[in-house]
Design a protein around this ligand. Structure first.
Ligand code: DUC
Ligand code: ZN
Ligand code: ZN
Length: 494
């Protein structure tokens, strides 16, 4: 009896908050012991430490599932954030888990790529992490020998590019990767833009001396995105394997995803804050400042912002990620090719890992465009399921990691670059007024952020082994030409 009493003492208890998951909201205390949520209810017992969350929202820690941290671009430019500053910034923005990219450049072995990214993340990340693997060189050895080992190491998602001359995979290579993903239980993320259209437009613009940053937007036409999304879906549904189209910027692209889902194909969609909160007008700022807003796909117009919002509200997009790709406004980043480079030589990407959730909370939940539960789904729960983390993360449930963000829904802030914790000197969201911010962030029961201060050492984060994608309950069928019941019994080994 005595022993039981001792065991009942929690390491931490969060009391009287409004707790929300993706499916319910309730008032309850939460008990945490040995890194896990072990009790949810009233009168749950004593704790060594108590956090009074009266008037606060107690939510699952955010999972940032698309960010570029300590990653060299295909042009050899390093992001300004390493695993320390990137993870600290993520934590201040209410996240407790990251899935950045481990990028294979051509000629590299996957084993070496992963060893490199593990060595970057392990000593520095203050929150838990995994990696998505970028595949740019799908040789037979990569497909047949290396990928199976990667999956066994708990890395169960790949990203491929349909554009960028040094990353692009052609349609046949895509089929090889998609087939491997199907066999291995991986999800393939796709950067869908038509490379030829981009190169063709870029040449025309540069040849006619239109080289300022704003022309980056014109060089990536909307149709380049929709054509590539169509093709990606055609290829993946041919072999009936799930894909996720990342950073969708257009209504046309979103409609193709919505239709494919309606038609029973295994397709997920992601969008990002920049397509909801920004538009291409800022790319015309003087003195090269427009370079700060160059990302791919590019910012669109005001009407697009509304359309992307609508597709987030109606569920076309299940994933909302920052696509944090931080390049400073200097020769280490945006202006690496000189003080006034043509738009084709400006580093591509925007920072936003810390502002992702506060922007959605304020503009989405506070302004009643989404419910609190939908906010939680987009912050954490959907990606925990899609990317195989839900055995540990993504909801406030007994037995799961005690990864929790306590939000003050009333605090008002103005976003300023100087207040953020990434290694950037600008934010594209400078001056935006925000209501609500995460004030306490807890990882596996340990306080990471409290009273605007970091409370853990570098290396506090752990690598999380992810599950394979579970296609149970997803619609979709193999193309008849591949199906032995329909193709004269021909066995085609995919
Ligand atoms: N793709 C990304 O996913 N992020 C930044 C730039 C890009 O092209
Ligand atoms: Zn991309
Ligand atoms: Zn990205």
């Amino acid at each position: 009896m005595r022993i039981l009493l001792v065991m009942d003492v929690f390491d931490l208890k969060i009391t009287t908050g409004t707790v929300a998951n993706a499916t319910e909201t309730f008032h309850s205390d939460i008990g945490i012991k040995d890194c896990l949520i072990t009790a949810i209810g009233k009168n749950i017992g004593e704790a060594k430490r108590v956090i009074d969350a009266t008037g606060k929202f107690v939510l699952p820690g955010g999972i940032e599932a698309h960010c570029h941290i300590e990653q060299e671009s295909s042009g050899g430019i390093m992001t300004s954030d390493d695993y320390y500053s990137g993870s600290v910034s993520a934590a201040f923005g209410g996240n407790t888990c990251l899935i950045p990219f481990a990028a294979q450049h051509r000629g590299q072995k996957l084993h070496d790529v992963l060893a490199l990214y593990h060595s970057r993340a392990k000593p520095k990340s203050v929150i838990d992490y995994s990696f998505h693997l970028i595949i740019s060189d799908p040789t037979d050895e990569v497909i047949n020998e290396e990928l199976p080992k990667i999956i066994e190491q708990g890395i169960t998602s790949f990203k491929i590019y349909m554009t960028y001359d040094k990353l692009i995979v052609d349609d046949q290579q895509m089929l090889n990767i998609l087939a491997a993903a199907k066999k291995l239980g991986a999800l393939t993320m796709i950067h869908a833009e038509n490379n030829a259209m981009i190169n063709w437009m870029s040449e025309k613009l540069i040849d006619s001396s239109h080289q300022e940053p704003k022309y980056h937007a014109l060089s990536h036409p909307r149709t380049a995105e929709s054509e590539a999304i169509n093709r990606a879906i055609a290829l993946s549904s041919f072999i009936d394997t799930p894909i996720l189209i990342v950073h969708v910027s257009t209504e046309a692209g979103a409609r193709i995803i919505a239709k494919a889902r309606y038609d029973g194909q295994k397709v997920f969609g992601e969008t990002c804050p920049q397509y909801m909160f920004l538009n291409a007008q800022t790319m015309d700022l003087p003195d090269m400042q427009g370079a700060q807003f160059c990302c791919s796909p590019p910012l669109r117009d005001r009407a697009s912002q509304e359309e992307i919002w609508r597709c987030l509200q109606n569920g076309t997009f299940q994933v909302y990620s920052s696509d944090h790709a931080p390049y400073r406004f200097d020769e280490t980043g945006k202006l690496h090719a000189g003080k006034k480079p043509p738009f084709t030589k400006i580093a591509n990407g925007l920072p936003g890992i810390e502002t992702r959730l506060p922007l959605l909370f304020s503009e989405g939940y506070i302004k009643k465009r989404i419910t609190l539960n939908h906010f939680v789904a987009l912050a954490a729960t959907n990606v925990s399921r899609i990317y195989g983390l839900d055995h540990r993360k993504g909801s406030i449930t007994e037995g799961k990691d005690a990864d929790i963000a306590i939000w003050d829904p009333e605090v008002k802030k103005i976003i300023k670059a100087e207040d953020l914790h990434d290694n950037m000197e600008f934010t594209p969201y400078e001056g935006m007024q925000i209501t609500g911010w995460p004030e306490t962030v807890i990882q596996r029961g340990k306080i990471v952020i409290e009273e605007n201060a970091l409370k853990v050492e570098r290396g506090n984060g752990e690598f999380i082994h992810r599950k394979k994608i579970d296609c149970t309950g997803m619609p979709g069928r193999l193309a008849p030409e591949l199906d032995t019941n329909e193709n004269f019994g021909t066995k085609i080994d995919i």
